[in-house]
Design a binder for this molecule. Sequence first.
Ligand code: GUN
Length: 300
Amino acid sequence: MTAQIIDGKAFAATVREKVAGHVARLKEENGITPGLAVVLVGEDPASQVYVRSKGKQTVEVGMNSYEHKLDVETSEADLLALIDQLNNDPQVHGILVQLPLPSHLNEDLVINSIDPAKDVDGFHISNVGLLGTGQKSMVPCTPLGCLMMLRDHHGSLSGMDAVVIGRSNIVGKPMAQLLLGDSCTVTIAHSRTKDLPDVVRRADIVVAAVGRPEMVPGDWIKEGATVIDVGINRIDAPEKGEGKTRLVGDVHFESAAARAGAITPVPGGVGPMTIACLLANTVTACCRANGLAEPDGLTA
Ligand code: GUN
């Protein structure tokens, strides 16, 4: 079998179009412009790239973007004061604090100081609990994007065997909750899992989110399985010339594509969906804040 390639870039564009449509309606019919505040502390180069991209796409779908760039030495009290101000600002419907934070700042404390209704990352302990108990919550963007692609490909996921490799709070755990919510039989595998190849070989759905380049070889993939590769790893690519690099996922793409029914590429798979879902979450938060019907197809 040669896998169908799930085009995350194209899918993300359709999500952004839907978001833009909702934003236009909110403006026209309700006089409301959704607003997203992004807070970046320090100058981590990868974070700077993400934050720039988030701001650009926020404006492109017609929303207001509020960027707060703080010095790397910003105190916890000052950061908490900014979050308090954003929590109380009616123009701000979504708040995202870019992670990782500098080591002198307590990430859990900072995240849990965000108003859960504005927590478009879905990292606040209240949202984690709401998701875990199947209640309406804000859902982390990357897992939400993966779920949208899986639903789009399969329709119903009910009864499927799903393996999530990786147990992070940002991807693995919420992904497992979402799959469970869609009635999959879910296994969360991790670095201590016994006989990982065997566990993966049973799966109809494999979500790889560990951050280790090409750690899942094709011969672990069941024939016809759907493979969602969350990993974005930069590796040396001497074949492209001295000092050159390339991006690869957590799955060995060529060998996995030879067995899978469908697979997301890296780049161009899950990556573009994450920011699209952040925009979707911001519209959802804005609708909830204003007692309006939530956008169809943009929530879990
Ligand atoms: N850093 C890496 N991924 C994320 C994310 O999804 N949200 C935030 N806030 N920071 C990140």
